[in-house]
Design a protein around this ligand. Structure first.
Ligand code: GAP
Length: 589
């Protein structure tokens, strides 16, 4: 088996995705639309399998997580409370010559000589433009080239025959101020909010502005109370949601990796603040080392829960075919953390274009619920009778200590949130006094994954090529998608050995009918059996079943048996039709 070179791999993946119907460019017949992708028949199945596996492992297999399915458009105030209206932006700049748009922080660093101009004059027409401009040339390029570009710039501003003015040269190192394609000066970076805006109702004015959600998380926070009240869950518990999210990315790139419309799978797992755990359990457990900390315990603090969810998520990826060795854990440095986050671990995957984030697991403190409490004016805290009882039994010194710590954390949040100092002090005191009444604001651990990125990671990880040589010495390179059986779009191919033998076809149809209610089974009778295997290998189908003359009883001992061929090693085994369904179900679910 040969590994394609990294720089070719992405092209091969994109081409396979289109050729086999995994991913198509959105609106392709109209020239496409940048940052939007459609999933074809195989891609839709792959995506559905991945989401189903996430949902099952996150909700149905757990007692402490329930689901939610919220709307994409929500009250615009939610995005003020979450900080998205004010801060969810990327720095953006444009080329002054071509108007091409860049994300200012992603422009590659350039060095060379910058040629600055104060303006230009068209003597014949008696007109001048005083807008300054500059062009960066790499070392060794003649100044004439800068002058040509600058003349073009002033021509675009209305001068037919510009004479450049005030030329000045400057050595520049590691600059992001010039277009890497043509050396032209870029506009100053300016913040660009990534939320897609729309209007609700017939009047398109500021009063009716709404946003397409840029993450699924906020709906979970704003429905926290309803879910807690109706599901009979008690903190610690989680709410899971998957669905579309929209971000008007400045530069969508790397196929589906950074899209403008994508899907997220998010869990908000609500936990007790450490002070509450201590009041209830005496002490709070913290991690004693790396690795999975085991089954959740009542005395876990936020660090244990955080580590638990990092490990749970790694186990999930491992179970669906992205082994631990394909992932990297990146602990964000303190200066990289969002202001509300206590710790964030990014799970990175080695994509063909570089090692990049697949999922983030953030310890978000009590920021989100607190924000929604302030903005909505509705209490988001919880009441816990056990806490009230435990608090009553604590020695006074311990109460002082715990409520002091809780007070300080609340005060810090309130001041950061911009609450005036006097009000913040009053509110923090009230919050701390609430502990005695069994009241507190839950904290949150958030594992947040992108469906599309995961699909891309699974496709990249599954992609492999095999070279076969036939009897005549002719070699052929074939693609085999080595998907884990649980995510593979088609689970089994069903073939009659020959299509012109009605008995074989009838039996193969019967076997296909037997399987299709429980898994995606693909019937194929066209072409030589080797070709049919190759087509299924390319689709990533883990098993192929062939109905031959022995199935019909030519060798009596083999009557009603079929051969199962395994995609990854080409191994074949004989199995009775009666045992086939259970055999496959055990491997593909
Ligand atoms: N609620 C937290 C949150 O949304 P994020 O890191 O911005 O955090 C979480 O997004 C995940 O969503 C990312 O790890 C990634 O998998 C996916 N994601 C984010 N932006 C994306 C985009 N433009 N295209 C595809 N997936 C994206």
């Amino acid at each position: 088996m040969s590994e394609p070179r990294v720089n070719e791999l992405m092209e091969k993946i994109v081409s396979l995705c289109k050729r086999r119907g995994f991913v198509f460019q959105s609106s392709e017949i109209y020239g496409g639309i940048n940052g939007f992708w459609d999933y074809g028949p195989l891609g839709a199945e792959l995506k559905r399998n991945v989401k189903e596996l996430w949902w099952t492992s996150m909700t149905r297999r757990r007692d402490d997580v329930v689901g939610l399915e919220a709307t994409i458009i929500m009250h615009p105030q939610i995005w003020r409370a979450s900080g998205h209206v004010d801060t969810f932006s990327d720095p953006m700049c444009d080329c002054l010559l071509t108007r091409k748009r860049f994300r200012a922080d992603q422009i590659e660093l350039q060095s060379g000589t910058a040629y600055h101009y104060t303006g230009a004059r068209d003597t014949a027409a008696g007109r001048a433009v005083t807008e300054p401009y500059a062009v960066l040339l790499p070392a060794g390029k003649p100044p004439e080239s800068a002058r040509k570009t600058a003349s073009e710039f002033y021509r675009l501003r209305g001068l037919a025959q510009p004479e450049l003015e005030g030329e000045r040269m400057e050595k520049v190192e590691n600059s992001q101020r010039f277009n890497p394609d043509n050396g032209s000066l870029l506009t100053e970076p300016r913040p660009f909010n990534l939320m897609f805006k729309t209007y609700v109702g017939p009047v398109a004015d500021e009063d009716n502005v709404a946003y397409l959600r840029p993450e699924t998380a906020q709906a979970i926070f704003v429905q926290f109370k309803n879910v807690a009240d109706t599901s009979r869950q008690k903190v610690p518990f989680g709410i899971a949601q998957m669905g579309k999210a929209f971000r008007n990315e400045v530069t969508p790139r790397n196929f589906t990796f950074r899209s403008r419309e994508f899907e997220q799978m998010e869990l908000e797992f609500f936990i007790q603040p450490d002070e509450v755990v201590e009041a209830l359990c005496g002490t709070v457990a913290t991690p004693s080392g790396p690795g999975h900390p085991g089954e959740p315990q009542r005395n876990w603090g936020w660090q244990m829960w955080h580590q638990y969810w990092v490990e749970e998520r790694i186990r999930f990826y491992d179970a669906i075919g992205l082994p631990r060795t394909t992932l990297e854990e990146y602990w964000q440095k303190p200066e990289e953390l969002a202001h509300y986050a206590r710790a964030t671990v990014d799970l990175l995957f080695k994509f063909p274009f570089g090692t990049q984030e697949l999922e983030g697991i953030a310890a978000r403190s009590d920021f989100d619920l607190s924000q929604h409490e302030r903005f909505s004016g509705k209490s988001q805290g919880v009441f816990d009778e056990d806490l009230r009882t435990a608090w009553g039994k604590l020695p006074e010194e311990r109460r002082q200590e715990l409520s002091g710590r809780y007070h300080d954390a609340r005060l810090k949040y309130l001041l950061r949130a911009g609450v005036p100092a006097e009000q913040a002090a009053k509110d923090a005191r009230e919050d701390a006094d609430g502990l005695a009444k069994g009241q507190y604001m839950p904290h949150v651990i958030e594992p947040s994954a992108g469906v599309d990125r995961l699909i891309l990671a699974l496709v990249a990880n599954a992609y492999s090529e095999t070279t076969t040589t036939d009897e005549k010495g002719k070699t052929e390179v074939r693609t085999v998608m080595r998907f884990h059986p649980t995510v593979a779009p088609v689970k089994v191919g069903v073939f009659p050995l020959l299509k012109n033998k009605p008995e074989l076809v009838a039996k193969a149809r019967e076997v296909h009918g037997l399987l299709r209610g429980d898994m995606l089974a693909f019937y194929d009778e066209a072409g030589a059996i080797g070709r049919r295997y190759a087509r299924q290998d390319e689709a990533g189908t883990p098993f192929c079943v062939t109905i031959d003359f022995d199935t019909l009883g030519e060798t009596p001992a083999l009557k009603d048996t079929v051969t199962i061929r395994h995609r990854d090693d080409g191994r074949q085994e004989r199995l009775s039709i009666a045992a086939l369904k259970d055999y496959l179900i055990a491997r593909v679910r």
